[in-house]
Design a protein around this ligand. Structure first.
Ligand code: GLY
Length: 408
């Protein structure tokens, strides 16, 4: 009798765990089924957009970014910082489905980004090249992609200043900042770490680590919330001022900046195995999740200290970036890992059930309710292509973790 009871209990346990595993897998599958239809729709919208105006200026607009204030489709040129995300989403679709159709589409939208490999006027090289060519190289081992990525990495390090020990972010607003470094720039280090692994040239590694250390020292407040822009004296490397550009005020916590910090230090730990970087990611995570203004659904307002909370727009992109980083962090931290995974799962569930676009609408974007640049009055409560990219990335990471597969 005792044995019968134990056998029945074990069978029930196996059934429950199998059912909950299926439920977890279904949310990934459900979202990729949805994304498959939406991305196919987005491609038809891009083709329609290009067909209605065949001028050279229009043909420069190669990938979707968002929706304009007047409701029209916002397409951008390769030089835009977001140009890598649409091809990157197509590569994630190929990774999930294994369907060659998606490889063909990913290659088609990756190709026009190549011209950025020599564009040294911006720090956004990682966003543009690593999300597009980087995913393509990882999935296909196409050696021509590798060459483009290496040239891009060499271009990116021309923006490094050894006095500051950081890569300069922006050249614009030169009257306000002489050597601005923004927290977002942590994301571009991934391309440099990759270039180090491919070439063995420690210049890439040292620049990336120096940049991460400089940012760790200067971009964080005592509570580990982040400043968006830190301006340095280019000769002495001294800090000149700490500002915001896309947040509400200099001393507030801009949600996406905090997400870039969490993700940026997680990837820097992945590449260096220096525990100080993981600790920084954990500290930044604590600032995000312990903030009293974080809503219950864990999708933050665009700035944690925006004045009209709860009547402020959300930023789903910050949530998607954070979820993707948390899945990775959960594999590094034996003490808090379960909590990180649970937060990431909650974000994914809420994005799926309450922030997704209706199929066949919104020019094929996946997620609603992101905020790009509220102080400048644009991209407020709209879809943003990078919210979709990190959402798909987070889903792939979730699936790998739940199948006990390595993330990298
Ligand atoms: N990297 C620019 C932004 O996060 O809006």
């Amino acid at each position: 009798m005792k044995y019968l009871f134990i056998t029945l209990s074990l069978t029930l346990l196996a059934f429950v765990s199998c059912t909950s595993q299926q439920t977890k897998e279904n949310i990934v599958q459900n979202n990729f089924n949805f994304a498959e239809n939406q991305l196919a729709f987005a491609i038809t919208e891009v083709e329609r957009f290009l067909a209605t105006d065949t001028t050279a200026a229009r043909r420069m607009l190669v990938v979707p970014r968002s929706i304009e204030n007047d409701g029209t489709f916002k397409m951008v040129a390769s030089r835009d910082w977001t140009s890598g995300f649409f091809p990157g989403s197509l590569w994630y679709m190929y990774e999930y489905t294994g369907d060659k159709k998606w490889e063909t589409e990913a290659r088609r939208f990756t190709a026009p980004i190549e011209r950025e490999k020599t564009n040294g006027t911006t720090h956004d090289m990682g966003f543009k090249i690593y999300c597009s060519f980087g995913n393509g190289f990882r999935l296909t081992n196409d050696q021509s992609y590798k060459d483009i990525m290496l040239e891009s990495a060499y271009t990116l390090i021309t923006r490094y200043n050894p006095n500051v020990r950081a890569i300069r972010s922006w050249d614009h607003n030169a009257h306000r900042w002489q050597y601005p470094v923004i927290i977002d720039n942590m994301m571009n280090l991934e391309l440099l770490f990759w270039a180090f692994r491919e070439t063995g040239d420690s210049t890439f590694y040292n620049i990336a680590v120096n940049h991460a250390e400089t940012t760790m020292k200067n971009h964080f407040r005592p509570d580990f919330s982040t400043y968006h822009v830190v301006d340095f004296d280019r000769e002495t490397g001294e800090t000149v001022n700490r500002h915001t550009h896309q947040g509400y005020a200099h001393e507030t916590m801009w949600a996406r900046g905090q997400a870039w910090a969490i993700y940026g230090y997680t990837l820097t730990y992945r590449e260096t195995k220096n525990p100080a970087f993981l600790q920084q990611a954990k500290n930044a995570t604590k600032a995000f999740f312990s903030h009293p203004n974080l809503p219950e659904d864990l999708i933050p307002y665009w700035d944690f200290n925006a004045p009209d909370i709860p009547n402020e727009p959300r930023d789903a992109s910050a949530a998607a970036i954070t979820a993707s980083a948390l899945y990775e962090m959960s594999t590094y931290d034996t003490i808090n890992g379960a909590q990180y995974k649970q937060w990431a799962d909650t974000i994914i569930e809420n994005l799926t059930h309450h922030y997704r676009a209706e199929e066949g609408t919104m020019f094929g974007f996946l997620l609603l309710h992101s905020t790009g640049h509220k102080p400048n009055g644009y991209e407020i409560d709209v879809p943003l292509v990078y919210a979709d990219y990190y959402f798909l990335e987070a889903l792939l990471r979730k699936q790998k973790i739940e199948k006990n597969e390595p993330l990298f």
